[in-house]
Each structure stands twice: as C-alpha cells, then as structure tokens.
Design a protein. Structure first.
Length: 317
C-alpha cells in the first residue's frame, strides 16, 4: 500500500510538471517564432520566472527581518504583561495559567517536541524534493515537447494524423491560455491587496501583494491562506483594521470565484463558468491542488474531443 501511495505521489508530480510545461508552451512558441532556438527560448522563459522569484524575495526579505526583530523585542514586554493582572495577557494568565502549562509541556513533552521538529524537517525535505522533481521534469518536457508530440502522433494512422495534430494543438493552446488567465487573475488579486493595504495603512503592501498573487495561483485554498496571512499582519495595526481586512478578503474571494475567474476562463478557454467552478471543486476533491489545477484543462480537452469526434456523429443521425 505504501508503494502504491508513493507511485501515486510521483504521478501527481509528473502531472504537475506536464501542466506547467504545457502552460508555458505559448511563451516558448512566441520566442521560437522570432527565430530563437527552442533551447534558448526555454532558458529565457525560465530565467524570467527566476527573476520574478528573486524580486519576491527582495520584497519580503527586509519586512520579514524587521518583523522578526520586532517580535524578539516584544517578548520581554509580553512576559511582563503576563504577570500584570490589569492587562489582557494578565487576565488570560489568571484564567488559564498559561505559564505553568507551558512549563509542564516543556518538562514532559520534550520527546514530542523533538518528534514534531523531525516531522517538520521531513516535510521540508519532501517539499524540496518534490519541487526539484517538478522543475527537472518540466525543463525536460519543455525542451523535448515537439519530439514527444511527433512520437505520439506516429501511433495514429497517417490518414487521420493531420486531424489529430490539429486537435492536439488546439488543446495545448487552450491549456496555455488557461495558465495565462490564471496568472492574470492572480495579478488582479495581488494588485487589489496592494491597493487595500496601502489605503488603510497595513505595513509592507508591496510584499503582501506579491505574496497574495503567488498564493492565488493555488486553486481552492491559495487565496484563503493568503487572506488569513494578510489579516494577521493587519492585526499589528489594530483589531478593527484586521477585521476590515478579513471582510475585504471574504468579499474578494466571492468576487474572484464567481465573477473574475469564471469570466477569465470563459474568455481564455471558452468553457462555461459553471463547468469552471464545478471542475475545480471536483478536481480539488479528488486530487487536491494538482487536481484543481488540471480540472479546467481536462474539461477543455474533453469538450474539444466531444465536439470533434462525438457530436458530429450524433447530430447527423
């Protein structure tokens, strides 16, 4: 059973790499049309994403460092407030005896803490390994995609090969449009976050906007996690500001799920908005994040195949 689960995880990673490679194919094709060799085109596209990632790190490095320093400086103040019954933390200490519970946990649960740290280390190592696998397979697929397609077409009869090639190219084109549309909606989320944070005084609006745009690429849960993170940062300003920020993200999530995303998908891949929403929900329930990512392209592929091979026969009867 463990082996089956490992194979399933590897197949999910391979599916993610295929999705990324196909999604980036329009950019690679655009460069090759300008007489850039495919290998160099792939390198340019990858360097572009690396530069975006480097820009994100540059944006968040100083804010994160400042927040950690502020947290370290605030710890003695919080400890003082825990012994002051006139403060909020002091009331919590009187009611729940937080200090004694922490001391008991540290004294008796050292092994549990160690086990948790080891588990976290294994999780980080697994995540890094998965990312490396996806990156390596994606690069290989991006470089070798034309050869892979030609090899696959050889299994089709010569008389039907041109039609199959046209259908395949249409599926790949719409899948690439889907990824670009996903990037566009994520950009809208990032800009909206930047504007909101800058308007109400939440610190580090640029870094938070970039973070939200990055997380919004993950269907179903990405925007929710981003909204919670930004609301926690807003809590450093005041509780009303944090509540208003949480309300903003609830409203924006509803608008994104039922207005922005379906309309963008309808324009990019010509899929009905209901199919988009249902496909993401079903794909996410079956295969998690990977399933949510490939749900809409899978619906697009099925729709094209039905239009090309099934519906003409049924309409003729």
């Amino acid at each position: 059973m463990h082996t089956v689960l490992q194979i399933g995880e590897l197949l999910s990673l391979f599916l993610a790499a295929v999705f990324v490679a196909i999604g980036l194919e329009p950019l690679v094709t655009l460069l090759t049309r300008h007489r850039v060799r495919r290998g160099w085109a792939v390198l340019v596209v990858l360097l572009g994403f690396v530069l975006c990632l480097a820009g994100f790190v540059a944006l968040i490095a100083q804010p994160v460092t400042d927040e950690i320093n502020s947290l370290i400086k605030a710890i003695p103040k919080w400890l003082t407030q825990l012994h002051d019954r006139h403060t909020f933390l002091g009331h919590l200490e009187d009611r729940y005896h937080l200090i004694s519970k922490v001391r008991t946990a540290l004294a008796s649960g050292g092994s549990s803490v160690l086990g948790g740290l080891l588990g976290a280390g294994k999780m980080v190592l697994s995540l890094v390994t998965s990312v490396v696998i996806v990156v390596v397979v994606t690069i290989y697929l991006m470089v070798a995609l034309p050869e892979i397609k030609q090899f696959g077409f050889r299994f089709v009869a010569a008389s039907k090969r041109a039609r199959v090639e046209a259908v395949t190219d249409e599926i790949l084109t719409r899948t690439g449009r889907f990824m670009l549309a996903n990037l566009a909606t994520s950009g809208i989320a990032g800009l909206a976050t930047f504007a909101w944070c800058a308007a109400i005084g939440v610190p580090y609006p640029a870094a938070l906007g970039f973070f939200v745009a990055l997380m919004d690429l993950i269907p179903v849960v990405g925007s929710t996690v981003a909204g919670v993170a930004v609301s926690l940062v807003a809590l450093s300003v005041s509780l009303p500001i944090a509540g208003a920020t949480a309300g903003f993200y609830v409203a924006f999530r509803l608008a994104e799920d039922y207005l922005i995303m379906p309309r963008a998908m309808k324009y990019a891949v010509d899929v009905h908005p209901v199919v988009t929403v249902v496909g993401v929900l079903v794909g996410g329930a079956l295969l998690g994040i990977i399933g949510a990512l490939v749900a809409v392209p899978a619906a697009v592929a099925i729709g094209i195949l039905l239009d090309e091979y099934v519906f003409p026969g049924t309409d003729a009867k």
